[in-house]
Write a protein that binds this ligand. Sequence first.
Ligand code: NAP
Length: 495
Amino acid sequence: MSTTVTDADEKTLLASIPTGLYIGGAWRPASDGGTFDVLDPSNGEVLLSVADATPADGLAALDAAASAQRDWARTAPRARGEILRGAFEAVTARADAFALLMTLEMGKTLAESKGEVAYGAEFLRWFSEEAPRVSGRYATAPDGANRLLVNKRPVGPSLFITPWNFPLAMATRKIAPAIAAGCTMVLKPAALTPLTALLFTQVLEQAGLPAGVLNVIPTTSAGRVTGPLIKDSRLRKLSFTGSTEVGRRLIADAADQVLRVSMELGGNAPFLVFDDADVDAAVDGAMLAKLRNGGEACTAANRLLVHESVAAEFTEKLTERMRAHTVARGTDPSAKIGPLVDETTRDKVHELVSATLAEGATLTLGGHALDGPGYFYEPTVLTNVPADARILREEIFGPVAPIVTFATEEEAVRLANDTEYGLVAYAFTRDLNRGLRLAEELETGMLGLNAGVISNPAAPFGGVKQSGLGREGGFEGIEEYLETRYIGIANPFAD
Ligand code: NAP
């Protein structure tokens, strides 16, 4: 595909996307024939209509996953890894198609989408390599009598619920380790962005994934369709990425079956710039941490906390860089930020900006929605933000940078930790000891030290406090899909 995307490119791609449910290795319509429209957030036009799964379809998907579990667990780890490796090659070969599809349904720029394709595909390669490395141990008990055999078993049928902001990577972060570990699964992608998941499912089918291992059920009735699965004793694991509000409810629902849960929830990342920081590097980092994915990321810098001695320089440089960021449809080669995902998200961002101004902040840049069609919002900088402003407590999920100043390291740490979230923090400083102190004192699952983007398939991604439970990626990622089994063996020298 050429760098300039034409209408014909878009039509050809959309015509190739499967639009059914994928259950038991077959594509099928919803049991009641229902469909729903997937919209392009840059103009509100319908891209495609896809099957709208019913509760009966959800149970059929779990039936298929439960039936396939035994054989899949017995499939050689190397064979499971080879399927993932094949899928990695296929996604990489079709990177342009995946990128365009994501841009069309979610809005992010093509450059951002290509970045996500590379990131999302890496989980397939990483876990293809982890599949044959699952192991256990054999030991002599401390008293020298019995022998202890410990091995790992797949958890079993798993339910995955994913958000719209990273339509490929949020799916591969769960599907790849589950395949590697030998689990079967049901995926419910976000209703706003099911197309990328459907194309990826086709890739896995073509890579040889056996029927029933992955079942995919887009739906507009998330709670009604997934609720009965969570209460079904055949389900053994729930992995959710989305808002803390929904995650809390799902944890409560999962208690009935004492399900294993992984929760990748919301964030409220502090971005700390100290007086000894390289300010230009901090501005580069802030552009990434704030504007990656148009600000629609759980890892987005939500609060820019800047030492008072460098605040003026940092604010001026960041404002100029954000001013130069072109807002346009994601397929436009000049676009640095696409539209927000829908009208509700755009209106929520604007309401939060308006509330912050009413609370006494100063508007340094932006502050307005752009004329439609589409849900575009200007890059926005807010200064003099009061310490108790609502914007500092809530996820913004848009291209808005609230700047707050601090005077001491102690104050910076206190402000950074003053949130119920704990996903990621960023800190810019040239002082190694300060960096190490922050690594111990900041209450987050991850820290970017002089770095504005740290997501990496080889690293454990996840949060503490109300940002979640469990880790995705790294050596830790596959553990979420494994149970530890212990076999006690009588002393072989006893007779
Ligand atoms: P969301 O509203 O919580 O939705 C996430 C997923 O849950 C969607 O598939 C949604 O379906 C589904 N869902 C909603 N209500 C449900 C219910 N009652 N039962 C079962 N499923 C339900 O979040 P979002 O707006 O899509 O995504 C943004 C959020 O995700 C932000 O808070 C962000 O921080 C978080 N996030 C976290 C991470 C991380 O790794 N920590 C990564 C990315 C995003 P519908 O599509 O039908 O609504």
